[in-house]
Each structure stands twice: as structure tokens, then as C-alpha cells.
Design a protein around this ligand. Sequence first.
Ligand code: FES
Length: 187
Amino acid sequence: MASDTAAMGDLGTEEGVRRRDWIHIAALSTAGVGGASLLIPLVSQMAPSADVLAASTTEVDVSAIQPGQAIKAVFRKQPLFVRRLTADEIKSANEVEVSSLRDPQTLGDRTKEGHEDMLITMGVCTHLGCVPLGAAEGENRGEFGGYFCPCHGSHYDTAGRIRKGPAPLNLQVPEYQFTSDTVIRVG
Ligand code: FES
């Protein structure tokens, strides 16, 4: 995510990592005898541990989600919305003139082939990061039947596309894949 990238800053870039290595190595060089023996533990500490790697993906069993229902999951410590669209919601998303959209995308662009009824998005408003309503039963889904962010009034449609309000972009669709007909792996 852009915010992740921003949060990582320079240390998240290759250049940043190289610079960090150099700082460690430079510090060790000045430590004199014995410095080399410290290098290996320091480098191994910098590699992501197995639990960190596992936490970077999220698996969701979507089999119990009925048309019109959504669930909230967590992906990289942020809310993830997994929604099964009804036939009417798919129809209404496909009827929109895409070129009229602020962030032009079709429903097909935002779903996987053969699974156009499964809409997987981050539950993070693209305005200032509030969690929109609409994933839980009975919540306000806004004027376009998708999600509604009450912080400043952004309305998303049934494809999670921004339709009204200050948010500049559609709800982000994370990287994911179906590992079976009923399970998705995000990340
Ligand atoms: S954070 Fe959602 S409308 Fe401002």
C-alpha cells in the first residue's frame, strides 16, 4: 500500500537497506578485532523471520458468505472487506459508464475472472483512511449501495468505486488469488 510504502520511508527501499548495511559494516569496521564475528548475527537479524513472512498473507474461506453479505478480515493489520455481490449489484456495477468515474475501472478490472461476484477490497477509505461502513449487516452502504465512509461522506458503489465525496480513488484491491474455489489468499 502507498501508506505502507510511505511509512517504511527510505529504509524500505533497496537504497535504504544498502545504506543501513553500510552503517552496520562501518560501525563494525571501527570495532577492530572481533568485529567480523559480530557481522553474521547482525545480518541474520535483518532478514524477515518466518512469522513475519506468514503474517504478510491472509487466507479467507469465502464459502459461507452469501450473496449480499460481506465479512471483515485483517490483512497486514488493516481491515479487509470480502463481499459476495448479488446479481443486482453486479448488474448495477456493470451499467455504470466507466469513463464518467473519478477512478475509471470496471467491475471486471477489480475482480478475478470467473469470480466476478467476489469483491475483495481494503476497508480503508482512500480519503484519510477511515474504515467505511457497509461490510456489517445493517450498516449504511451509501447512495450507491457499496460502502459509505461517514468521516467526510465518501460513497462507494457495489464495485467499491468512489462515486461521491472527497475520496480520490476506489477502495484498493489488494494482491490476492483463489487457492481453491472457496479460499482466497491475500498478499
Ligand atoms: S476518510 Fe473517508 S471520507 Fe474522509
